[in-house]
Design a protein around this ligand. Structure first.
Ligand code: ZN
Ligand code: ZN
Length: 338
């Protein structure tokens, strides 16, 4: 089979790779219906995370189970399944506590920009949909594999409650789906930070009531101005830079919460500033597996349509163009069809 391999900065190739096979009895092999490029794939693509050897790419996936190992009991061939970018046994103490992305037996699923994928710990990692979905539903189901689950976790970690004022820092796919999540959880005001017209439009479609275009200290001043000097009850940080993190903490009211899901790159917090801010911080790699049953239900019943973040669809062999379009911010998120 052929899949995506990153060789170095801005050098993604579509080339021959060995076809995955069952290795452990707890594995499943999936034929992917769709996969995609993630905002976090852009860190190594841009050379910010160095690449030392050719690296297969991709960690968001959904598709039909082809084969399972002989210890797999819950997942069956023919089912349409979605899984997270971290595998989980779903039985260890961390999984039981709802933190499957810290599973004691987790493995990163990193070869999904391909037609066929091996998923370890299939019973604990994968969740099947009620039936094989229609083609039109596949983008929204694919979004659950990472970006929707991550936006949802940002809102959960920020403790969004009905009636809240919520700020979302970041207008990538995760930030936009953070808006959708806050709306679904009953937020009354949702202030999206974005200076990009097409992203502002989608943010409004997903439930944003206000847009702030400023950045850094100016953005914090605008939030204070728009909340009578108080700040937001909940802030979703969906970028991972020093500026975005400080913007998030500065936008929260005393006693407010920041849910941070942007992978931090060079973020350093000042203990004294944090102390006097009275802000709750909670975040990390989203335990997507915890939310999959609920989110599949919401998509299946037409309550949410997170697949709208895919504004570019390409055949898998044009994966390099998907990276380019996202790198140049011509596309929010690129869906790839094997
Ligand atoms: Zn991702
Ligand atoms: Zn576990």
């Amino acid at each position: 089979m052929k899949g995506a391999v990153l060789y170095g900065p801005r050098d993604v190739r579509f080339e021959e790779r060995s076809t995955p096979k069952i290795i452990e009895p707890t594995d499943a092999i999936i034929r992917l219906s769709a996969t995609c490029v993630c905002g976090s794939d852009l860190w190594p693509y841009r050379g910010i995370n160095p690449i030392t050897q050719p690296t297969p790419m991709g960690h968001e996936y959904c598709g039909i189970v082809e084969e399972v190992g002989n210890a797999v009991t819950r997942i069956k061939p023919g089912q349409f399944v979605i899984g997270s970018f971290f595998t989980s046994d779903n039985t260890c103490p961390h999984c039981q506590a709802g933190y499957q992305s810290s599973c004691q037996h987790k493995e990163f699923v990193g070869t999904a920009q391909a037609p066929i994928l091996r998923v370890p710990l299939a019973d604990g990692t994968l969740v099947a949909t009620p039936d094989v979905p229609s083609d039109g539903m596949i983008p929204s189901l694919l979004a659950l594999s990472d970006v929707m689950g991550t936006g949802w976790f940002a809102a959960v970690a920020a403790n969004v409650k009905p009636g809240n004022t919520v700020v979302v820092v970041g207008d990538g796919a995760v930030g936009l789906l953070g808006v959708l999540s806050a709306k679904q959880m009953g937020a009354e005001r949702i202030i999206a930070m974005s200076s990009h017209a097409s992203r502002q439009k989608l943010a409004r479609e997903f439930g944003a009531t206000d847009i702030v275009v400023e950045r850094g200290d100016e953005a914090v001043a605008r939030i204070k101005e728009q909340t009578k000097g108080v700040g937001a009850d909940a802030v979703l940080e969906c970028v991972g830079t020093q500026e975005s993190m400080m913007q998030a903490i500065g936008s929260a009211r005393p006693g407010g919460s920041v849910g941070y899901v942007g992978v931090p790159h060079g973020v350093e917090l000042d203990g004294e500033k944090l102390f006097y801010s009275h802000v709750h911080l909670h975040g990390g790699p989203a335990p997507v597996r915890r939310f999959l049953p609920e989110l599949i239900d919401l998509v299946w019943n037409g309550k949410i349509n997170p697949g709208k973040v895919f504004d570019l669809t390409l055949p898998l062999d044009q994966v390099a163009e998907g990276y380019r379009a996202m790198d140049e911010r011509r596309a929010i998120k690129a869906l790839l069809r094997p």
